[in-house]
Write a protein that binds this ligand. Structure first.
Ligand code: NAD
Length: 354
């Protein structure tokens, strides 16, 4: 009897949001962040092996929708991600994402996964990993300006990788700060809530800016930042959307993921196209120093690059293998005769409904 059941090749492992949450809690958030950081660092250290391009951005009313592809010799990955700063007003998230990992030899996907949660985790793991090279020694206090969806993930990663245990929170919306305070006190952080960004940065070794606003915002001005601090600037990640006053950039040593993309999207869009910046993969390979001395002001001008998502996809593929944290999705049409795609469809037409 003819069967219409999908063949083995039709199925792609799919990680739903429910399964991603299960996986994260099963591993433990801090261990997940630490293990993910190892994958990200591995991939940064083999940077030249990757096919790289600035992400493809479609600027749409209210925000941006982006595709972020990259590949090495055996795997290809891409992420779909949006950024819509006004979304939370209508109950939507600012950032949502999903992604695919494929084998390059056949082009067949080997993983389809939610990446909204995974993006928060990979962004935080990347920030904290970078801070292990750039933050001042024995940093323990971080200012967190912008207490939205990314905030707690950043805090958890900085504790797991850098030993940060005191957080100074500020958000223009006090409800966001209350939410972050509740979540972070429950996780054992010492939390200080602040009435201004100026107050938040006082005594901080690391300053994370993680706000969402589609404009040239000035979250930090030059007078607020002192020698020896490390700035982890997350929220300026789109043309026309930045967080730092230009004078801070001129005073900092600036570290970036992929200059070709950061010059379009990052804080450095305010500078000349040839303004010197340091590529983090070279720091991680030990080719260029990270922090050189206690007085240096360092800036990670983060925009989020495709290789970090590739690392996250690789990590999740490895972790879900052989577990119940993925399900099989009938995603690829796989006719018995590879050239008889049409026949497969028409046979389904005459087959009795099951
Ligand atoms: N660099 C990366 O890899 C990366 C990855 C993910 C998200 N992002 C960016 O990080 C930002 C935060 O993302 P999210 O998901 O947490 O967004 P979110 O909307 O959940 O939170 C943003 C918070 O910023 C606050 N805010 C806005 N303007 C502010 C200001 N002037 N001062 C203080 N707080 C202010 C808002 O009230 C809100 O609570 C976004 O801009 C997003 O695009 C960057």
């Amino acid at each position: 009897m003819m069967t219409l059941a999908p063949s083995a090749l039709a199925y792609v492992p799919f990680v739903s949001v429910e399964n991603m949450m299960g996986l994260v809690n099963h591993i433990g958030i801090e261990d997940f962040l630490k293990e993910l950081a190892v994958y990200i660092e591995e991939d940064f250290k083999r940077w030249p092996e990757f096919d790289k391009t600035p992400r493809v951005a479609s600027h749409v009313p209210g925000g941006v929708i982006e595709l972020m592809p990259t590949a090495d010799k055996s795997l290809y990955g891409f992420k779909y991600v949006n950024g819509h700063p006004k979304n939370t007003k209508t109950g939507h998230q600012t950032v949502t994402a999903f992604g695919v990992l494929s084998e390059v030899t056949t082009g067949y996907p080997v993983l389809l996964t939610e990446m909204t949660v995974l993006t928060a985790l990979r962004t935080a793991a990347t920030s904290a990993l970078v801070a292990t090279y750039l933050a001042p020694k024995n940093a323990s206090v971080m200012a967190m300006i912008g207490n939205g969806a990314q905030c707690e993930f950043q805090a958890m990663a900085f504790r797991a990788l850098c030993g940060i245990n005191t957080l100074r929170l500020y958000d223009i919306d006090s409800k966001a700060t209350e939410k972050a305070q509740r979540n972070l006190v429950a996780r054992g952080f010492e939390v200080v809530t602040c009435r201004s960004a100026q107050e938040a940065v006082e005594g901080a070794h690391v300053i994370t800016t993680c706000t969402a606003d589609k404009q040239y915002a000035t979250i930090l001005t030059d007078n607020m930042v002192g020698a020896g601090q490390h700035i982890n600037a997350i929220g300026g990640d789109c043309p026309g959307k930045t967080e730092l006053h230009r004078d801070i950039l001129l005073r900092s040593d600036i570290f970036v993921e992929y200059p070709e993309q950061t010059r379009i999207e990052g804080e450095i869009q305010a500078l000349d196209d040839d303004y010197p910046v340091t590529e983090l993969w070279q720091v991680m390979r030990g080719e260029i120093p990270g922090r050189r001395d206690a007085k240096q002001l360092t800036l990670f001008d983060s925009v989020g690059f495709a290789i970090e998502d590739f690392s996250a996809l690789r990590y999740v593929r490895d972790k879900v293998a052989g577990t119940a944290f993925s399900e099989r999705l009938d995603m690829l049409a796989d006719p018995d005769d590879p050239r008889d795609l049409f026949g497969m469809v028409t046979r389904a037409e005459v087959a009795p409904a099951n």
